[in-house]
Write a protein that binds this ligand. Sequence first.
Ligand code: OAD
Length: 245
Amino acid sequence: MDSAFAAIAERLKTATSVVALTGAGVSAESGIPTFRGPEGLWQHYKPEDLATPQAFARDPRLVWEWYDWRRQKIAPASPNPAHEVLAQLEQIVPDFLLITQNIDGLHRLAGSRRLIEMHGCIWQVRCLTEGTVYENREVPLSLLPPQCACGSMVRPDVVWFGESLSVEDQARAFAAAESADIFLTIGTSALVQPAASLPIVAKDRGAFVAEINPVPTPITPLVDSHLQGAAGVILPQILSILLKS
Ligand code: OAD
C-alpha cells in the first residue's frame, strides 16, 4: 500500500491540475453521519420525506426539524486531517479545485477556498419570497420554520433531490474534470449524479483517477488506483511523502 501512496505523491508533485471530489465519507471522521451504509442517514430517514421540494411544500416544519438536528450535529464538529490535507494541497498544486457534495462547511473551515459546494451549505438559508441567500448559524433554531426579516419563510440553501445544481458550478466542475491531470475521488459512494460522472469524465479525458474509500464503489473498476481505507489516515500519509520528496 505504501508504494501506492508514494506513486500518488509522485504524481501530485509534478501535476499542474488536480481536482478532488469529496462526499460524506470525508466528514465521517469528524463525527458526521454519512447517508448510505449500515449507519447511514438514509437507513433511518426517507429522502423523499425530507430532502425534496415536495417534502418541504408538504411539511416545512418537519424538514426544518431534520435540518435543525443535522445543524446541531455539525456545529460542534471540527475539520479532520482529510479536510486539512485537501486545504494544504490547494497551496501546493498550481491549479487545484475541490468539489464537494457535502453541505457541512468543514472544507471551508479547514481553509479550502478553491472550492465548489455542489449541494449548497447548511449554514445558508434562502428567502422563499425575495430569493435572497444569507447566513444563519443559530443552533438550535429558535423558530421552526425560520423566517426572513421580510416575514416570509426561508428554506435551507441546499440542493434537494429533483432540483438542479447551479449551472455555473456544474460548468466549472466539468471543465475542471476535463482538464485535470489527476482526479481524486474521496469518501463518496459515487451514486448521485451529476457528481458521480465527474471521475468518469476525467478518466475519459486522460486523467489519472485515484479513489480513497474503505469499500469499493461502482466506479472502483474504472479507477487507476483504489486506496482502501479512511481518508483521514491515507491523505496525511500521501502528503507526508509528497513534502519529503
Ligand atoms: P454516501 O453516504 O452515499 O457515501 C459515503 C461514502 O464514504 C461511502 O462510500 C463510504 O464507504 C465512504 N466512507 C465512509 N467513511 C469514510 C472515511 N473515513 N474515509 C473515506 N471514505 C469513507 O455519501 P455521498 O457519496 O456523499 O445528497 O452521497 C452523495 C449525496 O447523496 C449527498 O450529497 C446527499 C446524499 O443523498 C443530497 O442530499 C442531495
